[in-house]
Design a protein. Sequence first.
Length: 428
Amino acid sequence: MVARISPRGALRGTIRVPGDKSISHRYAMLAAVSEVDVTIHNYSTGADCQSTLGVLAALGVPIEQQGTTVRIRGQGLKGFRTPATILDAGNSGTTIRLITGLLAGQNFSCQITGDASLRRRPMDRIVEPLRRMGGQILARDGRYPPLEIHGRPLHAIEYHLPVASAQVKSCVLLAGLLADGLTTVVEPVPTRDHTEIALREFGAEIQRDGQRIVVKGSPRLRPPEQLHVPGDLSSAAFWLVAATIVPNSYLVIEQVGLNPTRAALLDFLQSMGARIRVLHLEQRHGELVGHVEVQSAPVRGGVIEGALTAQLIDEIPVLAVLGAVSQNGLTVRNAAELRVKESDRIATVAENLRAMGAQVEIWEDGFHVPGKQRLRGGTVNSCGDHRIAMAFAVAGLVAEAETEIVGAEAANVSYPGFFDALQALLPR
């Protein structure tokens, strides 16, 4: 699919974004190993989260879905059944990394794979700690999917993450539910804590002391029967940047998740001069939720490095677009993780900005985009990456001519209907 974006004026209106991907994945997996039936409202309709439901169904978990409402019948910690076929995680790194933690402690063997993009993403970062716990995981070339998982009794370990990763942390914590004793994960810098919050909401014994997270094995998971997923702040990021850079824009994004480990995005945008306000804030299932107002504004430049990089890792593609039209540009460091996302996001951001006439300097772990650049229309390629497709749709709103986005359907991975929502916010 090729999407064509032309600058048409201000974005104005009220919008809701799909349910948070990260939370949807975690609620579904924990509901499947709980001891009760759970109904999840505003579950993400993105392809990644549908992959999680498909994997759980293949493991014998009864699931009913009507739109964004999903009902899951809990099977208990070791209630999965041997799948009849190879499990398919699609394009979802979260699905394959988190579910492998739960599968490592089951009493059967299975395989899990994904699409061509996922099969290029490294899995040794979860294989290594799971092996330390007693799991038997085989990977292609020792590193890549498909994974062959032979369920074994697991024992608790203390694991120091070599690289900050919420997915690896979550994999080990979920495996810790099936292990004897106390499993500890030590983070080099804080990462998204949706897993810890969800585990607590589901009734697991979990404690945090600084960078150390400890979970007790063999809990009885009995969450509330009704769970509500907030809107995805990473999806809202595209509207926040778009409304900031398109003159005379005004948007209100309703019911967005504002978890402090994610809300660094708002702080960073405000530090650049963006006009953003939180209009309403409440806590739901341990997660902060609110409405966010954004108005157009000139912005300064910024630097993303260190712990901030881990907190903004998914938003960096659209922030690169913001950097190009800001006063002083954007510098990103300590972001080698971007090389192994759905695409090599350092390379794809640079290639597409250059295709629109912008200058970019890249390094192995990041890039620098100078400010005060004028973007011209052109043809860009999503490279099958949902965040690249949407980031350059935003770029097209301030380009001097029409922008063509090849592979725009990649947006469906996290935000089905994104391009329709964009058209609805633009003047007729």
